[in-house]
Design a protein around this ligand. Sequence first.
Ligand code: IVH
Length: 685
Amino acid sequence: MSEAIKEQMDTLVETINRLNYNYHVLDETLIPDHEFDALFQELKKLEAEYPQYKDPNSPTEKVGGKILTGFTEVRHEKPMLSLDNAFNAEDLLSFHQRVLERLGNITQVDYYAEPKLDGLAVSILYENGRLVQAATRGDGVVGEDITENIRTIRALPHQLTAPFPARLEIRGEVFMRKSVFEKINTQQLKRGLKPFANPRNAAAGSLRQLDSKITASRELSFYCYGIGLFEEVPESVAPIEQHSAWLEYVHTLGIPISQLNEKIDHFQDLVAYYQKIEAERDSLPFEIDGVVIKVDSLQLQERLGFVSRSPRFAIAVKFPAMEARTRLLDVDFQVGRTGAITPVARLEPVEVGGVVVSNATLHNQDEIARLGVMINDEVMIHRAGDVIPKVTRVVIEDRNPECVREIIFPTECPICGSPIIRLEGEAIARCSGGLTCDAQKLEGLKHFVSRGAMDIDGVGGKWLEILLKEKVIDSIADLYHLRKERLLELPRMGERSAEKMLESIEGSKNPPFARFIYALGIREVGEATARTLAQHFPSLSELMATDEITLMQLADIGPVVAKRIVEFFALPHHRELVQALLNAGIEIQYPAPIQETENGRSELPLLGETWVITGTLSHYDRNEAKEKLLSLGAKVTGSVSKSTTKLLAGEKAGSKLTQAEKLGVTIVDEATFLALLADYGLANA
Ligand code: IVH
């Protein structure tokens, strides 16, 4: 009996370890999450009942447990060095030339290029395949013992897969994925705790927890980028002569390495690698701050040696920093489409990641309080991708109390003077003027003509502002009654602009149902929700007559969104507006209902599929391709992952294609995509 239980527990440990390995190291999902959780719970239950049979390397150990009173010191057997920095292609060329010269003016060197992960360097020691110790880098000579915390990282095996060396020190970066960072920060705020400034700080804070249960909850990740000491590599392992061969070998032992690593044998390709990774930077699931270039041959590495604390065989080529320090000059309060008041920081212009920034968002009143920021403070700002830069902290050490003054949140709308109201439990304060407020009207108009909405590209924000100010229009419906003669009376309006404006308004009269719903600007109804509504309701009048209960039965619609939709259509003013649009000649295009057709094909043939689009398409731009896929029921996401089912790859597809190939995702070329559209009657004329 007990034998059987022990065997059952061992099998569970083996299965869970294998699934973890496939998921975290090979990026493959073999079974759904809930099935994995069930196996995990079963093992936990058995271990609680029969502690005598518990494997010390059980995956359940990855949830943390022991609480330490402090961290003990660990002396690194081989010091952990750092890298020399380069900042552009010129610096990289100098590095390459130095390498060639030192090696006696040879003409060619093989390199290995890796992303520079923005986390913390750690050393992890395996003895006889078992994870026995882990330490921070510290000062490079002495670090802190963080074994318990490292043991909570799902991606790291507690036991290596054979054939492993008797002793092996894995070095690499512990980091936090952007998605996890967002989640952890939301939780911090909910608990009234200070959010982390960036994923790196969050990872650092999580590793320095005395209670490893907390570390476990932070879902840290790890990639190996090097080897420290190693002893007794089994003879069955082919001799390792390159850095890349080491990484490939440890990968077979179960250690994760980045999929972005590449072997490169030409200087030009090093520059191209740097540029490619920089272009992908914002869409990667984790933060990086540059690339690291290493001479691949271990023999050449040895010949190049070290200078002070950095190797001569490697260099970090940094990207422009996304963070900068500047002064807060003033705060303006902007009024959004829904009346939301957003405090906007006016800054002394400063370059951040190659872009000059003079405005940043302060989000809302609570954020101002949380930051404790005052006018004239020195502040740190952070810019990520295309989003509006934000103020992340005050450089309080450098505040001059005599020069700063408090930020006063207004009580009246700066545009229309109506009272500003902040409902209980809401973070956002709003102007109560509704559509009598010109700011809200203008934002509503801008939204209506925007790309995902009615897509009226002949009427930009500036013209809308003028049309509104000159009282040529008062609401979105008025756009459809514009006359050329009246437009020509406006300052700086030419014949051509007026015609273009009228043409594009005319051309917007047959919107797909989803875009029309989105264009109305109902609060909380974004493009995805609008699509759900359009797929479910056969007509606008049925949507307008629906109730909250019906709405809440739809995917992704919760009580708040349902309430907003019902409230919107309940207002006589909104009903009149919709009627005015229909009277003006708008004819909504309804999608074909979801049902089996005669040939047995569903109208949403791609339902359940997740597509990613990459490279350049010649027949469609990416947005159009996305829209076609969405209309066939597919989900379209920005990056390739385990859940991606198909990759639509145009010309010059880059790392997404490589990643998809690695994960075995089906690649669809443009010709096949066009054929598929034609098949479903969706091809453009
Ligand atoms: S190699 C001899 N490779 O950058 C130096 N470092 O300044 C060994 N880092 O402390 C480091 N990504 O924390 C290397 N692909 C990568 C890296 C990387 C991030 C960090 C690491 C190190 C610092 C070097």
